[in-house]
Design a protein around this ligand. Structure first.
Ligand code: APR
Length: 235
């Protein structure tokens, strides 16, 4: 499966939890996924945080700590390597809040659902890089308030980050590749249609068909660590 990039000038790649699965991080909707073991409404909504902040902090603290024991896999590395050598525009949009794309070396990268390694103060808005656990006792480094620090994660019902930049890139791309996502959650699940409307070729690389699979121009199924290095082979 060697893609011909000679006439491609602008690429947008969307990734989901499936690209990090082979690094050892749980997906959300596969068997024994995160949403099998936690209710979204208990750990991933602003209401949950207001109702029981300790439970929400516990969920994200455990996921943050897990980052210490995982590393980027061949799929993360293949995307970073391709970006370094591709002469055109390359934007990687990830729904993932892990830091594996960052550690693999991806540069033009948007974490549209936020990042586990960031906190945000709900009072003064400052965003801080963190590696430690958060709690209701956490103190804001700027306004010194206690109890106002939350994970800088986009929860259900909140607006994903950098949407204008993403839609701008989708409107100009000539190749859109979706990797490791089930296509269950909007707006990310609709990105391939935006790209299609801009005339882009749309490709799905996934373990199994996503919700929108039948609308992609081309689909390849298997493990991301095999599909992605194969598709993004350097000339
Ligand atoms: N290689 C390729 N694809 C894989 C692999 C793998 N090794 N393992 C799993 N997948 C695929 C699955 O087939 C599935 O389609 O990854 C996808 C994971 O789907 P989800 O668990 O739904 O994760 P995702 O699509 O990223 O969820 C989107 O939902 O809950 C929210 O904010 C959360 O960002 C998340 C969003």
């Amino acid at each position: 499966m060697i893609a011909d990039f000679s006439c491609i000038h602008s690429i947008v790649v969307l990734t989901g939890a499936g690209i990090s699965a082979e690094s050892g991080l749980s997906t959300f909707r596969l068997k024994d996924g995160l949403w099998d073991n936690h209710k979204v409404e208990d750990v991933a909504t602003p209401e949950a945080f207001r109702r029981n902040p300790d439970q929400v902090h516990k969920f994200y603290n455990a996921r943050r700590r897990q980052l210490n024991s995982v590393v980027p896999n061949a799929a993360h590395r293949a995307l970073a390597r391709f970006e370094q050598h591709f002469a055109g525009n390359f934007l990687l949009v990830t729904q993932n809040v892990d830091d594996l794309h960052d550690r693999a070396g991806s540069k033009n990268l948007i974490h549209m659902h936020g990042e586990l390694l960031q906190s945000r103060c709900t009072d003064c808005g400052i965003i801080e890089k963190i590696v430690y656990d958060l709690s209701t006792e956490s103190v804001c480094v700027r306004c010194q308030r206690t109890g106002t620090i939350r994970p800088n994660i986009v929860w259900f019902g909140e607006i994903p980050l950098a949407m204008e930049t993403i839609y701008d890139a989708l409107s100009q791309c000539d190749l859109f590749v979706s990797i490791g996502t089930s296509g269950n959650v909007y707006p990310a699940a609709g990105f391939f249609q935006q790209a299609k409307m801009a005339g882009a070729q749309t490709i799905e690389l996934n373990l199994d068909p996503s919700e929108g699979a039948s609308s992609f121009d081309d689909c390849h199924y298997g493990l991301a660590t095999e599909l992605v290095p194969d598709f993004f082979q350097l000339p």
